[in-house]
Design a protein around this ligand. Structure first.
Ligand code: HEM
Length: 260
């Protein structure tokens, strides 16, 4: 995604393209299935979840396959985002100032790039836990192929597999809270792809600055062109709605509608 492509009309910035959004949601769906069936295998109190999901045998059969899908999509996240998730000196400063973040005093935080240090922690936490879950999961899937003298691998897997899963549950709960409740506008970005300029400036000022500095097209329009007299004129000319929208989008991209 080039910076000019990221600046879109109506005062918005593209945060996640379609590939990123699809990858995120397939991984999320696979994770929720793994979480539900995994917890059902782990505790008799939660066994009813496996029953609700088609029965114990179906859950046991599908759990490892869902694990492979989850791994493939987390790997895709790695391919897309690993470079942007590298720790920097600013991330160390971000952790030191994290108490301001928790009090919503974002102006006191060192400027975050596309991802803040907390999001980077989540990403690496998920990535390495997924690798651990895959390796130990394969051992638990095919225990009969583990030679007797390597049986310690089975013992280790029995311990590491649920421990890594519990760690991801902690990350997942924080991620849900941050994505759904703490940062307004974040959830829309993984659904529609865009965030408002206000969101980008507040939570990811260094990323916003980077896009604006590198972009060849100027930023515009925090108000909707639908409310402008030009829109009313187009309407009165009886131009079909889809063409009206296209024309307004291209006009706002060419700088006609500037932010006031
Ligand atoms: C199913 C419920 C989930 C919801 C509601 C959710 C929500 C979100 C939201 C709102 C964002 C955008 C945050 C931003 O850019 O400011 C995001 C990004 C992200 N999500 Fe999820 N997510 C879910 C599941 C998962 C799972 C299971 C994973 C693990 C693979 C995951 C990994 C990520 C990563 C790595 C990012 C980018 C970095 C970050 O924002 O933390 N998500 N998610």
């Amino acid at each position: 995604m080039s910076p000019s492509e990221q600046i879109i009309p109506h005062g918005h910035v593209l945060r996640y393209n379609l590939r990123e959004r699809l990858t995120h949601w397939v991984a999320a769906a696979a994770y929720v299935y793994l979480l539900s069936t995994g917890l059902a295998f782990w505790s008799p109190w939660l066994f009813w979840v496996a029953a609700a999901l088609g029965g114990a045998q179906v859950s046991r059969m599908l759990h490892p396959w869902a694990g492979l899908i989850f791994f493939a999509f987390v790997w895709n996240m790695y391919a897309m985002w690993a470079k942007q998730m590298k720790y920097t000196d600013d991330d160390r400063k971000w952790w030191k100032a994290v108490k301001y973040y928790s009090k919503n005093q974002d102006d006191k935080m060192p400027p975050a790039g596309r991802y803040n240090a907390g999001q980077k922690f989540l990403f690496w936490g998920f990535f390495w836990s997924t690798v651990a879950l895959l390796v130990t999961g394969v051992v638990l899937w095919f225990p009969e192929y583990i030679p007797w003298n390597l049986r310690f691998l089975r013992y280790l897997s029995v311990l590491i597999h649920p421990a890594a899963a519990l760690f991801t549950i902690g990350l997942f709960m924080i991620h849900l809270y941050m994505g759904l409740f703490a940062e307004r506008g974040a959830f829309g970005s993984v659904i529609r792809g865009d965030v408002s300029i206000a969101f980008a400036k507040r939570y990811h000022p260094a990323w916003y600055k980077e896009i604006v500095d590198e972009s060849s097209s100027p930023l515009r329009c925090t108000h909707s062109p639908r409310r402008t007299p030009e829109f009313a004129a187009l309407r009165s000319h009886g131009i079909p709605r889809v063409l009206q929208t296209r024309r307004l989008v291209s006009e706002s991209a060419s700088g006609k509608y500037r932010c006031r």
